[in-house]
Design a protein around this ligand. Structure first.
Ligand code: DGY
Length: 323
């Protein structure tokens, strides 16, 4: 008999066809996320769960006694309570690698968009304010040949470093848990302690995954180390920074601007103070969201899930669950 699975991520026909070959699929097709009670009801018979950022905690796991695997369509898995999953004998899988270049593209979109005030200038044109040639109060900053400081030199960090060094002639500095001699050789990147990197960078790019160690790692003190002309980019997770400290830094001009893809609360509430700041470029957590990459991520998540249910090693088990 095929194992039963529950899917609440919007998947294509191709991914669904693949899943149907191996599993009995119950899919949530509504636009809004499934209410908790409905989710628990569906999960009560499921052996596999394919999802996006849904929090996997004790309460959910208790409602899902047959569950063996949660497969997330994301590289980040900070929504997994790893200890709880281990207690319940549930493993976790994720989708690294296929999204590296796409997220690196988006980091550059945030850098260029913030530096050259792309969103503000678009509004300026649409609002009929373009009356003469120059808009000197909307002049921007160069990205080319500036200095970028990358915090978190994993695969995505390296993809950013490659673009920065070879595409934009930038000086690349980085901070990471461990030194990366190969990246240093490839991109001429210099390892720096965090404060040194913050003080030296025109662009500070935060890519570190959210863990207990990185939670709130960029706060008032760290914004204070940055140049007043610095642009801060966050494409990791909202909780890696102190958002109130960022808002204060943007309001007071401690830093020049920020380009953000992630927030402490997503979606951003309508009255969020960031929405009132012209020097914040705000995207709705779309780092990996090109049609091609999201399709590859969903297919990889499906393959991860099926592999576990078939008793095989999945392509990408979350490291904490590897024996
Ligand atoms: C991920 O996969 O974790 C990214 O945040 C998606 O954009």
């Amino acid at each position: 008999m095929k194992p039963s699975i529950f899917v609440d991520y919007a998947i294509s026909d191709a991914v669904m066809d693949y899943l149907l070959k191996h599993c009995t699929v119950d899919a949530w097709r509504e636009e809004d996320t499934a209410p908790r009670e409905e989710l628990y009801k569906r999960l009560s018979v499921a052996e596999g769960y394919l999802t996006g950022g849904r929090r996997i905690d004790d309460a959910l796991l208790e409602a899902a006694p047959k569950l063996k695997v949660v497969s997330t369509v994301s590289v980040g898995y900070n929504h997994f309570d790893i200890a709880a999953m281990k207690r319940h004998g549930v493993t976790g899988t994720h989708t690294p690698e296929v999204l590296d270049e796409t997220v690196a593209d988006l980091v550059f979109a945030l850098m260029l968009g913030s530096a050259r005030k792309v969103a503000e200038l678009d509004r300026y044109v649409r609002d009929g304010l373009w009356k003469r040639g120059d808009v000197d109060n909307l002049f921007g900053m160069d990205v080319h040949h500036a200095t970028v400081g990358i915090i978190g030199m994993g695969r995505i960090g390296e993809a950013v470093a490659r673009r920065a060094a070879f595409g934009f002639g930038m000086t690349v500095n980085y901070h990471n848990r461990s030194r990366k001699p190969e990246a240093e050789a490839k991109y001429g990147a210099t390892y720096m302690e965090l404060d040194e990197l913050l003080a030296a960078s025109d662009y500070v790019v935060l890519l570190a995954p959210l863990t207990n160690e990185t939670r709130g790692m960029i706060g008032k003190r760290e914004f204070g180390w940055m140049k007043p002309s610095a642009i801060f980019i966050n494409a990791s997770r909202g909780a890696t920074i102190d958002e109130e400290a960022l808002i204060e830094a943007l309001q007071k001009g401690t830093i020049r601007a920020a380009g953000l893809d992630v927030y402490q609360q997503e979606p951003l509430p309508a009255d969020h103070p960031l929405l009132a700041l012209p020097n914040a470029l705000l995207l709705p957590h779309i780092g990996s969201a090109t049609a091609k990459t999201r399709e590859e991520m969903a297919m990889l998540a499906a393959r991860n899930l099926v592999a576990v249910l078939q008793g095989e090693e999945p392509p990408h088990r979350v490291p904490e669950f590897k024996s």
